[in-house]
Design a protein. Structure first.
Length: 577
């Protein structure tokens, strides 16, 4: 076995290369067969994108918008695959590590912005993963051990979160050791994620053949993009809004659109995040791939990333929409029996929505002057349509969302199946986030991946373990604000690689020509443009003019550096024969 300096099995790479070249001469079917056999980095991307963020976004898309936003995640993933394919093309054509190549041939502001934004995304994105994993242990899997009334009592959350962190640190520190135990663990994680995908698919089949059935016409209609969803509630809310007094309809519309907006941004951001753009090129280089593997890279992303993502998220959206959309939480409104009493967090969410409705009527000052008893009386006196709206918009938690599996498995099994799937997604995502952060630290320090710098870099996302202790709302909802943050960063990567793809000093003879270059640029312009729109929308919604100033300031800084510091001249690039 021949090994390169970075641990790549070069004899294996050459064998794979010969398989690809031979298959190409044998026709398309032979090539697809070899591509299927050799695919890999795309599935690694799938392991991170099918994490807690995608699960939460899909669940809340169904809860808030029903089937109306079925088109959103496929579109976001198509745009993401376009940009990841461009990243793969550049990396495999040049053989250069992207961070250094961007700094030397394009703009160091973009290179450093890409690396630092990836690191920030890793730290922020670790928060919902720990929250979801901890909630799965406390609510779905082992409430008798880690729950508030369980074996560890008030320390249950600490023990659950600490256990997840310990497992992730052990796995990531020995990830490159080549031990069979690591391979077994990765296989188990894939099985865990597969379980929940299969179960949600089974739920859809079960629902389809039930008496009520599924409105497949509405599901298919939801695949047609409708940009009105960006500023107006789903049409399915119209009958309920019509029952509300006219003067308060705008309040409920605003609340729905606000939540809907965050979920839309979250779903788009979790399809392909900026940290995925950092993982892909380094995972390909680690395998020893080069220009002969460019077709395999596109196939790998299209199958290993796109297909599992669309299948999983689509099933979750359909299942959650059928179970929860426009459905008030049982026990909050009407004359439900004691058996239907909802969990305290759901009651708190209902009271929060109802309190905001009271605030819209009497104003903030008058609300602050009310005693707890007076506020409770005000909430009780709200008209029935307002109470229904408040109960519909409560943020569900892991325990409630697991009930969408009940038609297939029953209540008890549903909690275990959902919990295993969620904790599998959370742990696998944390591991990948830690690995990516190790790569970022090594790149910033100019070191080869591996050793103690890489290991210490992987520890930084452990800050996410604070998430369960400082986040008081439903655990899955933490993915919404973190995704908004992630959406703000994505254009840095997209526009950077748009420029890289057109940089002759880096690509040299590998730069696409003629119609292929036009096609690449059109596709990348659409992807980067929509990413910029999403980023500006996120910045404006959260920071108003301050956010726009940050966006513009970054561009101005990049332009100044572009003028002051010249790029590397033609001929100083490393291109492979």
């Amino acid at each position: 076995m021949n090994m390169s300096n970075d641990g790549t099995d070069t004899s294996g790479v050459e064998c794979d290369r010969q398989l690809i070249l031979s298959a190409k001469s044998g026709g398309r079917l032979a090539t697809l067969g070899v591509y299927t056999k050799l695919s890999g980095p795309g599935w690694l991307q799938s392991a991170i994108t099918l994490g807690g963020g995608s699960l939460s976004s899909s669940l809340y898309l169904g809860v808030l918008a029903g089937f109306s936003l079925m088109w959103l995640q496929p579109l976001a993933m198509i745009l993401g695959v376009i940009m990841l394919s461009a990243i793969g093309y550049v990396t495999l054509s040049t053989g250069e590590r992207p961070f250094r190549a961007i700094n030397q041939h394009v703009n160091p502001v973009l290179g450093w912005g890409w690396a630092l934004a990836t690191m920030a995304a890793n730290l922020v994105w670790s928060l919902p993963q720990f929250s979801l994993g901890t909630a799965a242990l406390q609510q779905n899997l082992l409430p008798g051990v880690f729950g508030a009334q369980g074996l560890f009592g008030g320390a249950g959350k600490l023990m659950a979160c600490g256990g997840i962190l310990a497992v992730c640190i052990v796995i990531v520190w020995f990830y490159d050791s080549g031990r069979k135990g690591i391979f077994v663990f990765e296989t188990l994680l894939k099985i865990m994620v597969g379980i929940i995908i299969v179960c949600f698919f089974g739920v859809i089949v079960k629902m389809s053949f039930s008496k009520a059935g599924l409105p497949w016409g509405s599901v298919l209609a939801g695949l047609v993009p409708d940009v009105r969803m960006l500023w107006s509630p789903a049409k399915t809310f119209d009958p309920f809004l019509a029952d509300v007094a006219p003067r308060f309809q705008d309040f409920w519309r605003g609340l729905i659109v606000g939540q809907q907006r965050d979920v839309i941004i979250s779903a788009a951001a979790t399809a392909v995040g900026i940290n995925m753009t950092f993982l892909l090129p380094y995972s390909m280089l680690r395998r020893g791939w080069d220009k002969d593997f460019r077709g395999l890279a596109v196939f790998d992303l299209s199958t290993g990333l796109f297909v599992p993502f669309i299948l999983a998220t689509g099933c979750v959206v359909i299942a959650s929409a059928a179970q929860f959309h426009t459905q008030p939480v049982p026990g909050l409104v009407g004359n439900e029996t004691a058996v239907d009493q909802p969990a305290p967090k759901l009651v708190a969410g209902y009271k929060n929505n109802a309190t905001n409705r009271v605030k819209s009527e009497i104003g903030a000052e008058a609300l602050a002057a009310l005693s707890a008893g007076e506020l409770a009386a005000r909430i009780d006196a709200l008209p029935e349509p307002d109470k229904k709206m408040a109960a519909m918009l409560v943020k569900r938690d892991n325990f409630d969302l697991a009930q969408s599996l009940s038609p297939l498995t029953g209540d008890v099994v549903a909690q275990y199946v959902f919990g295993i799937g969620v904790i599998g997604m959370a742990v696998s995502s944390i591991i990948i986030l830690m690995l990516i952060n190790g790569f970022v630290i090594c790149e910033i320090l100019g070191l080869e991946p591996g050793g103690w710098p890489h290991r210490l870099g992987t520890l930084m996302p452990a800050v996410g373990a604070l998430g369960p202790f400082f986040w008081k709302q439903a655990a899955p909802w933490l993915a919404m604000p973190t995704s908004v943050f992630g959406m703000m960063l994505i254009p840095i990567a997209y526009f950077t690689f748009f420029l890289v793809m057109n940089q002759r000093t880096l690509l040299g003879d590998h730069m696409p020509k003629g119609g292929r270059r036009v096609l690449w640029n059109v596709l990348m312009t659409v992807a980067a443009g929509l990413a910029a729109f999403g980023s500006l929308w996120s910045l404006w919604s959260k920071l108003a003019w301050k956010g726009i100033a940050i966006f513009v300031g970054f561009i101005v800084l990049a332009l100044i550096v572009h003028v002051v510091f010249p790029r590397k001249p033609v001929g100083d690039t490393k291109t492979q024969a």
